[in-house]
Design a protein around this ligand. Structure first.
Ligand code: MIC
Ligand code: SF4
Length: 647
């Protein structure tokens, strides 16, 4: 039978279950990656699992998010991760080396392998033909400890690319175009598999830009075939041995199919405050711009930054614009330095940051009040840049660079000839920022005073009771549930401190309400928990006593994080029932354990309104077990105590 690419990789890595859409399976994980803002939790969880060495072929711990060290907190986290990496046989990437996804693509990615990462943009490596999935920290810790990952067999959507992109149109415009077509919910439940003649016109880093922002579509991941361009990329990285060709069989079947003609795509922009709020630049050009930020795991490759340098060479950044550039890796900075492009950027008036996430996660460079900020990043959720009154627009590097010169949002086509970039035969490769594990490590892990224990759930009670603490709307992001910025990121390993800011963009002082009512329930609309993989969006509500979240639908990673933390994610049987609830209604679910075990509808009684409505829990038997015992860590301890190591 003809197979698609996703089916081929799943089949090769299948450990248990049947490859039938919607079935629960476990797969072998070849590689993992963590970054520091989710990594501290991952390594605390790994410590709690009592293992010796990781079971993957390769695990890498990157430090790229919390690199502003305004106090001891971030540095403490780095030291903790560094010592944990040495103990468990994990490669450590020092701060300054670059952004996890860009570096992983350059240094370790391998077509046909499965990569699990504690960051939602892990699918970046789908650009080279990996099945690269973002997950919550606990799932990544389990993958490191046991080498496996549990998931439902996803549906596969084929996007066939035909034609060729026009001059000044880039991979970023392609994914923005797809976001406009499909929306931030359009990929939920799917892996997106790209194919077609148009693929041949996209470099590996272009493909990675597209798979990176598949996260914004809500897709489980996105993947491109591995072909001659993949081989060329790996040769330049000195890793030809990692190449293997990979494509779907002729006439492979898919659950959904789209054809996109690249010729029809024009420069696009995502308007505030959602990546799918996409317009043609021509329809909104001329907006005065205060800040422009170039970089992030979406657009910080050598080619992207060289294009920017060529556009800015011998020109001057507009006096009213602050242009800031954060390259993707230390190698890229070195190459830009050696070929003079860095000098061209500086000469034009750009501010150069170290190779890290930087402004993308609000780690510095918060724009001024009411600013218009153009960014080459992937998310423009309200407040994410650090300034709540600012409006963030997402664009390509070409659009960003040309707009930086003009001071207004500009279609780059107005600039003249589009820059052509040749990547040198040999990419700069250095190991000086990597620390490789050695056999003689003594296993000492250093935990500074900022690192506090994380909350662990309690076994479920037969009846669940509580007040409705908060009613939220559609597409609530993890940035809403657990905001992140330069002030809060230092507390990623300090849940009590973070809890004071829970739901900070939605409501003031949620934690006080939660304390007053001794915990309770939260209500959401569609796609609740979209965005980041941060488990803090589950661990913090757990700490505040949230027992269940009821929503119209959930984003994949957040739902898994809720289950792993022991918080029950429930959906409405009839979505209109959402309207029947108000904040502070008293809610009761009786016989919950029985309903979960028997897979029956769950009856929710709203005693304030005197109504009963049906709810559903959709999860595997394993998920039910995890919820019953109060989260994954309790579950794994129980299972290991019963002699089952394969949890
Ligand atoms: C993001 O882009 O939102 C982050 C910051 O990289 C997150 C991880 C985190 O919250 O630490 C993600 O995408 O998973
Ligand atoms: Fe870092 Fe931004 Fe990429 Fe998240 S989206 S990994 S914060 S660069």
């Amino acid at each position: 039978m003809s197979k698609n690419l996703v089916g081929k990789i799943l089949e090769k890595n299948l450990l248990s279950g049947d490859l039938v859409e919607g079935s629960d399976i476990s797969i072998k994980v070849n590689q993992t990656l963590t970054q520091d803002s989710t990594g501290t939790m991952v390594y605390l969880q790994l410590e709690a699992m009592d293992i010796n060495k990781v079971k993957t072929d390769l695990s890498v711990a990157y430090i790229d998010h919390n690199t502003l060290q305004a106090g001891f907190e971030n540095a403490d986290d780095h030291e903790f991760i560094k010592t944990a990496a040495a103990k468990y046989g994990i490669v450590y990437s020092k701060p300054g080396n670059g952004i996890c996804h860009q570096l992983h693509l350059e240094r370790f990615s391998k077509p046909g392998n499965v990569l699990l990462g504690s960051d939602s943009h892990t699918p970046t490596c789908g650009g080279i033909g990996m099945l690269a999935i973002g997950a919550g920290g606990l799932d990544v810790a389990v993958a490191m400890a046991n080498g496996h990952y549990f998931l439902k067999v996803p549906k596969v959507m084929n996007i066939e690319l035909v034609g060729n992109i026009n001059p000044w149109v880039s991979a970023k415009d392609v994914i923005l175009y797809i976001l406009k077509e499909l929306s931030v919910k359009g990929g939920v439940g799917y892996v997106i598999e790209y194919s077609g003649e148009g693929v041949k016109n996209l470099s590996v880093t272009d493909r990675a830009t597209i798979t990176n922002m598949g996260a914004e579509l809500g897709a489980t991941t996105s993947i491109f075939p591995s072909d001659e361009l993949t081989k060329e990329f790996l040769i330049k990285q000195g890793r030809e041995k990692d190449y293997s060709p990979l494509k779907a069989d002729e006439n492979a079947s898919y659950d959904k199919k789209l054809v996109i003609n690249l010729d029809n795509i024009e420069p696009m922009v995502a308007l505030p405050h959602s990546p799918d709020n996409v317009a043609l630049i021509d329809d909104v050009s001329g907006i005065k711009v205060d800040q422009i930020a170039i970089g992030s795991c979406t657009n910080s490759s050598y080619t992207d930054l060289m294009k920017v340098a060529k556009i800015l060479k011998n020109k001057k950044v507009h006096p009213d614009v602050s242009l800031v550039i954060s390259p993707g890796s230390s190698s890229i900075i070195k190459m830009l330095t050696d070929n003079g492009a860095l000098g061209d950027l500086i000469d034009a008036g750009a501010r150069i940051l170290e190779a890290s996430c930087g402004p993308c996660i609000g780690m510095g460079q918060a724009p001024k009040s009411n600013a218009i900020s153009l960014r080459t990043f992937n998310r423009n959720f309200l407040g994410r840049c650090g300034t709540k009154s600012a409006s963030v627009y997402i664009v390509s590097p070409e659009t960003a660079a040309v707009s930086a010169l003009n001071g207004v949002l500009t279609n780059p086509k107005e600039f003249g000839e589009s820059p052509i970039i040749d990547v040198p035969e040999k990419f700069h490769i250095s190991n000086n920022y990597f620390i490789y594990p050695t056999e003689d490590n003594k296993g000492e892990v250093v935990m500074g005073p900022n690192i506090k224990p994380f909350p662990i759930g309690k076994p479920l009670k037969a009846d669940l009771k509580g007040a409705l603490l908060l009613k939220t709307g559609d597409n609530i992001t993890t940035d809403d549930i657990m905001p992140s910025n330069a002030a809060l990121l230092p507390y990623r390993s300090n849940i009590p401190e973070l809890s004071k800011h829970c739901f900070g963009t939605v409501v003031k002082d949620f934690y006080i309400t939660a304390e007053k009512y001794d915990g309770g329930l939260v209500l959401g609309g569609e796609n609740y928990g979209q965005g980041s993989s941060r488990e803090h969006a589950a661990l913090v509500p757990l700490y505040l006593g949230v027992k269940a979240v009821i929503a119209k639908s959930f984003a994949r990673i957040h739902k898994a994080n809720l289950i792993n933390s022991g918080i029950l994610p429930l959906t409405f049987t009839n979505k209109d029932d959402y309207d029947k609830f108000d904040e502070l209604d008293n809610l009761v679910i009786q016989d919950l354990i029985q309903s979960l075990k028997k897979g029956k509808d769950i009856q929710l009684y709203n005693s304030t309104k005197d109504i009963t409505i049906p709810l559903e829990f959709s999860g595997s038997d394993r998920d039910v077990e995890i919820i019953l015992v109060g989260g994954y860590l309790n579950y794994s301890k129980n299972s290991i105590a019963k002699g089952d190591k394969n949890v």
